[in-house]
Design a protein around this ligand. Structure first.
Ligand code: TA6
Length: 311
């Protein structure tokens, strides 16, 4: 078992509270849990505040997508397949594959971190079925770093193909943030961004500085200039920023099944969400999804998001 520990910092390989194998990071009073399955963060706790929504009814068998935490969306967003590439499950393969832990660090200067790899060796017989379906060589590296008030994700996509073949993909961090009540949440930082409504297909500029959620919402904001802040009531709760590498932000809440956009059977509603769970999360998802990234043989690109607790 890999345990790196100093007095206030640790990065410990363990079985997480959700039952999956992973790493628990600790920095002073803050902790973060990340599973090998999906390299998915399931918990980011600052003192007594848990910032990530976790769906207790989710499938933690390691066989399907886990709704909650921070799923890594790659190489496709939603059901949008990329030209020339095979059809993959919703939001791609990264969140439903088991990654390899390749390193941990815990130091006063840098906080606690873990690095995970997912490699595409489509020709290997033991490669996950989805990797063989995708049929591309790639290396994904995800570094998750915890400091007392921040959780940073750095995803590097590398085209390590032995032959001259471009690697096409989009990427996004599907952050499920825990809130007391989404009907009292508001989001600041989207003013002036181009808003594409995925429910109505309308595109317009966002005119609100303080965006409140009042119904089912599924929108992509393009060219978001700076940080986005999620408020609980009047209290700033979470700040999400990137270094410019993630220009899009998706805002999603399924709202309640009684939203008029759902039919009587609730088609399109997340199947494993318990009755009132929709109230307790809001997805704010920095990504690079409106333009396909094309990496030539040997090229790589890094995408960074920083989540800061303001609680
Ligand atoms: O990112 C927003 C979104 O694409 C929504 O359209 C919604 O369908 C959701 O993601 C699905 O994500 P999930 O984690 O529930 O599979």
């Amino acid at each position: 078992m890999n345990v790196l520990q100093t007095s206030n910092y640790s990065a410990k390989e363990t079985t997480l509270a959700c039952g999956l194998a992973g790493v628990q990071l600790r920095h002073g009073p803050s902790t973060a849990d990340v599973s090998l399955y999906g390299a998915q963060a399931h918990s980011f706790r600052c003192r007594d505040t848990e910032h990530l929504f976790q769906n207790p009814a989710a499938d933690f068998s390691g066989l399907g997508a886990i709704r909650g935490g921070i799923p890594v969306v790659w190489p496709q967003f939603g059901t949008q397949t990329i030209e020339g590439l095979p059809k993959l499950p919703l939001h791609g393969l990264a969140r439903v594959c088991t990654w390899k832990l390749v390193g941990t660090e815990a130091s006063t200067a840098n906080g606690a971190s873990a690095i995970f790899h997912l490699r595409g060796f489509p020709t290997h017989d033991d490669a996950p079925k989805l990797v063989r379906t995708f049929n591309q060589h790639f290396l994904l590296e995800l570094e998750v770093r915890l400091r007392e008030k921040t959780l940073t994700h750095r995803l590097t996509i590398c085209n390590n193909s032995p032959i001259r073949m471009p690697l096409k993909s989009v990427a996004l961090f599907h952050n499920y943030f825990a809130v007391q009540d989404v009907t009292h949440a508001r989001i600041e930082g989207l003013l002036g961004a181009t808003k594409v409504d995925r429910l109505t297909n309308l595109t317009e500029l966002e005119s609100l500085n303080a965006k409140r959620l009042t119904a089912r919402t599924d929108q992509i904001f393009k060219n978001v200039a700076g940080a986005v802040v999620l408020f609980q009531g009047d209290q700033p709760h979470i700040k999400v920023s990137s270094d410019g590498t993630l220009p899009d932000v998706v805002v999603w809440t399924p709202w309640s099944k009684s939203d008029p956009t759902y039919d009587a059977k609730g088609a399109g509603y997340p199947a494993d969400l318990r009755e009132d769970a929709w109230r307790t999360f809001c997805c704010l998802e920095p990504g690079a999804v409106s333009k396909v990234l094309i990496l030539e043989q040997g090229a790589q690109r890094t995408f960074t998001q920083v989540i800061e607790s303001l609680a």
